[in-house]
Design a protein around this ligand. Structure first.
Ligand code: CO
Length: 458
């Protein structure tokens, strides 16, 4: 049996280890080689890359994508998209979602991995349809979590709906790295028995389970796994590409990767990594194996958030109460997967419930919107009493929230005016208004200076 590899070093690995701060110039030199390695796809765009390009790196994210495409002519380019939220956390109108997908594919993307934090398929439908319409592959992802309502039956029902929606492939997205090997085996097996499309497993090495979990997933029939070249693997990143290739080949699986090229890729990134270790951007802390997430059943990132919140309020002594309150809040809210932004929302609420001495006395705007139905339908039931306490006389929205939004492209285009030079620019502005505007202004200034220089030279 053949196993395919999606390499994450250009997106998730550097997002998990380096806060996505690797500029294009740092990896341009290896792209031609990466194209020849034999990867199934390179995950290289979307997620946090778009925001950091504009905010910190003074790069046009669309230009980065076009440049990658120039070098990577044969291997599929892949991006991560948060359904109706695109690359952020709020819902965008359908016209914006469609245009964003269209332009992503026009600028070089082949595969769009599309997910919703609550697995509400109404939040990914528009993006999936547009991807297929534009000739892209729509890889629909499950936001993986465990709870009494997240049963194998619930997951298989979900993937059946995903297949009916036109999914080119299905991804199990274990963003917290909490999935164990048996869970992976059972889930992949159940999914393979339910749908015909390929299955991909995405996990992280955070708890140390990653590589074992991937191996068991492959044994159950998983077609594609996500890994990162070894020097930027492990810890909060993905398991190492070379180790998984080695282990899987030993187990009799076939993998189309060239070991010599893998070594060249790793040798290329070694000094890059060393530079980031030296500058402090890469904190060795994120490379450690952290098993706390397993005993508390909450993701590692969320745990450090809880600790930070309590420290800030001089209340570290109440950490145990907060750790007990966190799963209760999650249950009250219908077991949302603990991914951004839900993990932060649940954590803040748990701290507030403990410190205020009364549960749901204080409720954030985000929790209100969630209970109001603006994020979609929760996986389980929201506790009716708590719903009443939070919403008062207001009623929950049951329809698709994005359907209530006015078209967004034309107004944004008018608003940003001359500063935007293309449809892509307007989309950047819609996604990250403040950062995009600053970037456009700087760009215009640079162009003006260049023009001056040219005149003087002439
Ligand atoms: Co990830």
């Amino acid at each position: 049996m053949k196993v395919k590899i999606t390499e994450t070093v250009l997106r998730d690995a550097q997002q998990s280890l380096l806060a996505t701060r690797m500029p294009y110039s740092k990896f341009e030199g290896i792209l031609d080689k990466m194209d020849k390695a034999g990867y199934y796809s390179l995950e290289c765009w979307g997620g946090a890359t778009f925001d950091t390009c504009l905010r910190y790196l003074d790069e046009d994210p669309w230009e980065r994508l076009r440049n990658i495409r120039k070098h990577v002519k044969n291997t599929k380019l892949q991006m991560l998209l948060r359904g109706q939220n695109l690359l952020g956390y709020k819902h965008y109108p359908d016209d914006v979602v469609r245009l964003f997908v269209e332009k992503s594919i026009a600028n070089g993307i082949d595969i769009i991995r599309i997910f919703d934090a609550l697995n509400d398929l109404r939040n990914i439908e528009v993006a999936v349809k547009e991807t297929l319409k534009r000739g892209g592959e729509a890889q629909i992802a499950i936001s993986y979590t465990t709870s009494p309502v997240h049963t194998l039956e619930a997951y298989t029902k979900l993937v059946k709906e995903m297949e009916n929606m036109g999914a080119s492939s299905i991804c199990i997205k274990d963003m917290a790295g909490i999935m164990g090997p048996q869970e992976a085996y059972d889930l992949v097996k159940a999914i393979k028995e339910t749908v015909k499309v390929p299955v991909d497993l995405h996990t992280h090495s955070t708890t140390g389970l990653g590589p074992i979990t991937l191996i068991k997933a492959v044994e159950a029939g998983c077609d594609i796994i996500d890994t990162s070249i070894s020097c930027l693997s492990g810890g909060t990143s993905q398991p190492a590409t070379e180790s998984l290739v080695y282990a899987l080949r030993q187990l009799g699986y076939e993998i189309d990767l060239n070991d010599d090229i893998l070594k060249e890729i790793n040798d290329f990134f070694k000094p890059v990594k060393d530079g980031y270790l030296e500058s402090g951007l890469l904190d060795p802390f994120v490379l450690e194996t952290k098993t706390d997430a397993l005993s508390y059943q909450i993701p590692g990132g969320m745990l450090s958030n809880l600790v930070a919140q309590l420290k800030a309020q001089n209340a570290m002594g109440r950490i145990n109460e907060v750790l007990e309150e966190t799963p209760r809040v999650r249950k009250d809210l219908g077991y949302p997967p603990l991914v951004t932004p839900m993990s932060q929302m649940v954590g803040v609420q748990a701290v507030s419930n403990v410190l205020a001495g009364e549960r749901y006395k204080n409720v954030s705007k985000e929790i209100y919107s969630y209970v109001h139905g603006e994020y979609g339908t929760p996986p389980g039931e929201i506790d009716p009493e708590i719903e009443k306490k939070i919403l008062g006389n207001e009623k929950r929205i049951t329809g698709r929230y994005a359907a209530t939004l006015e078209p967004g492209f034309e107004p944004a285009k008018k608003e940003i005016g001359e500063l935007a030079k293309s449809t892509e620019d307007v989309l950047s502005y819609i996604a990250f208004p403040v950062q995009a505007k600053k970037y456009f202004e700087k760009r215009a200034e640079k162009e003006e200076n260049r023009a001056k220089y040219t005149i003087v030279k002439a």
